[in-house]
Design a protein. Structure first.
Length: 285
């Protein structure tokens, strides 16, 4: 393996079994960094991993890279912090609570402090929407109930765009592509393919409120909570499950549309492949 070949060439010190340049596979994302960077914070998890003498005890992928089973996209911020012990995030960064969880896992107490939620006087429903957005809540929290409780405690009807129960009005559109093969004899010969992916369009904060951890964010990780996106999709492929989540959050369907095309499956047969794209529009008052 490549790492094994390089291990004897560029050791940072005679006592270390690690090369100076190290390749990491973090949740499927590949990072290349120097050994001193990984051991720059004594007592951290990476320091524990890359100061030990037994290299064979560390997990590796099929190409010999050291493997860490964590969020590969958020690890870039962990690695940036390891380089100079400073935290620099994008202007609109909705993953703060998740990054703090990663910092706790990698045993970086100073970074955890930097990512701690800041108390603000603007904590009522009448303030700017981003202050009470679900992205700032801890993982697993129920943002709808939390906002409802704040509204009841304050005895107010909420701000514009939020109902009396604290839930915000808005649209969410879900779409999917489907296909099936139909023979010429009868419809009983139809062979349906499963839904490959359910896509979600709408305001980021509403999508995260409804679908939570079942929402795949890897295609649009830095989208501000008050912006709209069409790049999310669900980790499951059952439309009924998506409908249930929307209904539980108070949404109801207001429109749907579908388009379809047909093509012959083979030149020698009359079997046809029908493909379609369908969208369902949901709204919450």
């Amino acid at each position: 393996m490549a790492l094994a070949d390089n291990a004897g060439r560029a050791n940072p010190s005679e006592d270390s079994p690690f090369p100076d340049i190290i390749e990491l596979n973090v949740g499927g994302q590949v990072y290349i960094t120097r050994h001193p960077t990984l051991v720059s914070v004594p007592g951290s998890l990476l320091w524990e991993m890359f100061t030990q003498k037994n290299v064979r005890s560390l997990a590796r992928d099929s190409k010999g890279r050291f493997f860490v089973d964590r969020d590969g996209f958020l690890f870039r911020y962990i690695l940036d912090y390891m380089r100079d012990q400073q935290l620099v995030l994008p202007e609109h960064f909705p993953e703060r609570s998740r990054l703090r969880r990663e910092a706790e896992y990698f045993v970086l107490p100073e970074l955890v402090k930097m990512l701690a939620p800041k108390l603000s006087k603007q904590n009522s429903l009448g303030d700017e929407p981003c202050q009470s957005d679900p992205e700032e809540l801890s993982p697993g929290a129920e943002p709808v109930r939390a906002l409802s409780g704040a509204s009841a405690a304050g005895g107010t009807s909420g701000s514009a765009g939020a109902g009396t129960d604290g839930r915000r009005a808005g649209f969410i559109t879900i779409g999917y592509r489907g296909s099936y093969t139909l023979g010429r004899d009868s419809q009983t010969d139809a062979k349906f393919r499963r839904v490959a992916r359910i896509m979600v369009c709408g305001k980021t904060s509403l999508a995260k409120e409804v679908f939570g951890d079942t929402l795949n964010e890897s295609r649009d990780p830095d989208r501000p909570p008050e912006r709209y996106t069409s790049r999310y999709y669900l980790k499951f492929t059952f439309l009924e499950q998506a409908f249930d989540k929307l209904a539980d959050a108070g949404f109801h369907m207001v429109a749907c549309n579908s388009t379809g095309t047909c093509a012959f499956a083979h030149d020698q047969t009359d079997d046809r492949i029908w493909t379609s794209y369908t969208e369902y529009v949901f709204y919450r008052e």
